[in-house]
Write a protein that binds this ligand. Sequence first.
Ligand code: F6P
Length: 327
Amino acid sequence: MSKKVTKIGVLTSGGDAPGMNAAVRAVVRTAIYNGLEVYGVVRGYTGMIEDDIYHMDSKSVANIIQRGGTILKTARCKEFFTPEGRLKAYNNLAKRGIDGLVVIGGDGSFNGAQRFSNEFDIPCIGIPGTIDKDIAGTDYTIGFDTAVNTAVNAIDKIRDTADAHDRLFVVEVMGRDAGYIALHSGIATGAEKVFVPEAQTDIDELVASLTEKERRKKLVNLIVVAEGDKFGGGNEVGKILKERMPNADIRVSILGHIQRGGAPSCFDRLIASRMGYYAVESLLHGRHNVMVGIVNDQMNYIPLDTAVKEKHIFSDEWLHILKVLAS
Ligand code: F6P
């Protein structure tokens, strides 16, 4: 029988994602509702090591559900990947009697949580918060929906100017090693092609198709490239296309960190609230070292190490649909 948690810590770690604040709010309010004490850890694992930890009450999370970024701040902490760093972090939790932890972040953050809980008797629950949507065991990660909508809005604007000048724009979006932002934003903006890390793009075929469409005067002005695609991102793809099609007017636009900021969408606020609630429920029910995800609209719990090791499965179906619709 696992011991009952009484005091929990909550932190955000890795790249921030819109909706993290909604998740923090849900964790804090659900914990307090159930009689737990809550501590906010500032700047992720860095704050755990540096003892930057404060007591939170219900008011600490007032007026944040609509805000982007994270009130707890975030960081990528190398020291936590050393045994000495984790021991310091543990001592700072232990001296406050913190006996449960909620980690909101991506796979790097869960990796840290997994190591920590293997060494110390503190159950950790992960909440997937990353714009990249690259985590197994969940259909959604907090921040993806907002990021992809930000990308769509930006690409729509680029399309206006592309159209006015008869230009071809190569737009690079984020996603690290995953192509979901590129795939979703590319389909939603009617792109000619998306380049994703999960699939090999045939440049010869693309150039032939662009040339053929030019001949029949079909205006093509948009290619979306994931930053982690096999050619090395938007600039590289732009360079190749300029070499292969010297007469085309080609521009490259890198959207960058705009995709991480801004108010979370309704959808991200909802999943963040739900996941935050169930993360605390998980601790209350004695779950150890799982990530709370949502699959087919149902809560799904998978071991943190599975979430870290397994890749989110990328379906080629959408790539085919895009090809058909761009024809
Ligand atoms: O993981 C989120 C993400 O925005 C990725 O899409 C991107 O590759 C990376 O973080 C950028 O990280 P940083 O803000 O540290 O440059």
